[in-house]
Design a protein around this ligand. Structure first.
Ligand code: HEM
Length: 242
């Protein structure tokens, strides 16, 4: 008969971060897809600005939530810290080998926190989300003159005699042509990172969900409910019990 034990895995801050992030990323993907296809959707310039404004407002919630999580990794509980979520460090490769071997033997090692491959996945996801937040915040300035860079960008591209605080997106007659071209050149790499980042996040987001579902089926532990209640129920002795 198996011996079930319940362990405390994720603190409340991590769980709240996770679900706010989940909702924001899905919403940003949905609105981002509409922005990507704005020509096919036959939107007016005003329609495009409305879509981008909605995307950026959700983006602020997403970016603040992400910034909170990155800070929490310095000050939160032991399972929220960098040490618990980053791959690498002494013995990491050995841990990966042991974990893979245990899967091959049909007796996967159980973990209260992330298993060694889970750490890799979390680190990649956080890095991708950070890159998307930074590039998005730059685009919010270059495309809509929104904070944090909007005032500086508007001051850069405003035509002589135009008050930069009154600049309107897509109003070329208000811009200095040379400054606008220079600003678009500055913007370009951020737009490229943001667009490719979207596809990579889409693929990794799907892999992340698949990995959770497969791990749950093979190893149990209630991974999804653990992200709601904070507790995992395991039938073996976890490898990271401390
Ligand atoms: C997971 C997070 C995010 C995803 C998946 C995402 C996705 C996308 C996609 C697919 C586009 C269309 C790209 C294109 O037109 O080539 C886009 C555009 C944009 N995003 Fe995001 N985004 C995210 C976060 C953010 C954040 C945090 C902000 C700012 C606060 C932001 C601001 C913008 C802006 C201003 C545009 C318009 C750029 C343009 O004109 O192409 N995004 N985003």
């Amino acid at each position: 008969m198996s011996n079930l034990t319940t362990y405390f895995a994720w603190d409340r801050s991590v769980r709240i971060f996770h679900w706010i992030n989940f909702v924001c990323v899905i919403a940003l993907i949905a609105v981002g897809l509409a922005i990507l296809n704005d020509d096919a959707l036959d939107l007016t310039n005003d329609g495009k600005v409305v879509l981008k404004t909605i995307h950026v407002l959700i983006g602020y919630v997403f970016a603040v939530n992400l910034a909170f999580r990155l800070l929490w990794a310095f000050i939160g509980g032991p399972r929220s810290r960098w040490r618990a979520i980053l791959p690498g460090g002494r013995g990491y490769l050995g841990e990966v080998r042991n974990y893979l071997a245990s899967i091959r033997m049909g007796q996967p090692r159980q973990y209260v926190g992330h298993n060694p491959l889970g750490k890799l996945s979390v680190a990649i996801l956080l890095l991708l989300l950070l890159s998307q937040a930074v590039s998005g915040l730059v685009l919010a300035g270059t495309d809509l003159f929104f904070p944090p860079l909007g005032a500086w960008i508007a001051g850069w591209v405003a035509a002589p005699g135009i008050d930069s605080t009154t600049l309107v997106p897509y109003s070329r007659e208000m811009y200095d042509a040379a400054a606008f071209d220079a600003m678009r050149a500055f913007r370009k790499p951020f737009a490229t990172v943001h667009t490719y980042g979207f596809y990579v996040i889409l693929v990794f987001g799907i892999l992340h969900i698949l990995a959770v579902v497969i791990t749950e089926i093979r190893e149990g532990g209630g991974l999804v409910s653990a992200m709601i209640t904070g507790r995992k129920t395991l039938d073996g002795t976890p490898a990271d019990r401390h």
